[in-house]
Design a protein around this ligand. Structure first.
Ligand SMILES: [Zn+2]
Length: 163
């Protein structure tokens, strides 16, 4: 083993990331601590056969602590990026092919949430009729959304995502 490889191994161990490398799949990094399980549920990761690793309260140089998810043989759809952005606005999505990161993307909160989350107004037509929900993001930090149909405004803390 060369000196270089030895150093790399040591660094990854320090960060606690060497639990298991995945061959092909997705690593969702920089999830706020405690939100990893929520994202795993949202992505329905518990109902698949592949390896899923959820790390909680790992050290993060940027944000103090973070959660991380590694999932094998699973790649995300664009609406899944949108959903993740609402729970983990600073998440980074790493796409792994043959043990290497081939793509690194940051999630971005979209300006309009089309059929991603429900309106919090129980009387809203989008909760009564089979119409796709539509919410405008009027503030990203803190997250505040407004319903296209009824104009109801509410905080992203209370947002209920469609599953
Ligand atoms: Zn509404």
């Amino acid at each position: 083993m060369s000196e270089y490889t030895a150093n790399v191994k040591l660094n990854t161990t320090k960060k606690g990331l060497i639990v298991r490398l995945i061959k092909d799949g997705t690593v969702i990094d920089h999830i706020p601590p405690g939100k990893g399980i929520k994202i795993a549920e949202l992505l329905n990761l518990f109902n698949q056969d592949s390896v899923v690793i959820i790390g909680q309260n790992l050290e993060s140089t940027k944000y103090g602590k973070k959660d991380i998810i590694k999932v094998e043989n699973r790649f995300l759809k664009s609406e899944e990026y949108n959903k993740i952005s609402l729970i983990a606005p600073y998440a980074t999505i790493n796409i792994i092919k043959n043990y290497e990161i081939v793509e690194k993307k940051k999630v971005v909160i979209p300006d309009v949430l089309e059929d991603v989350a429900l309106c919090n107004n129980a009387n809203c037509i989008s909760n009564k009729e089979p119409v796709p929900s539509k919410l405008y993001v009027i503030s990203k930090e803190p997250l505040i959304v407004m319903c296209h149909y009824c104009g109801y405004e509410f905080s992203g803390e209370n947002i209920r995502l469609k599953t």
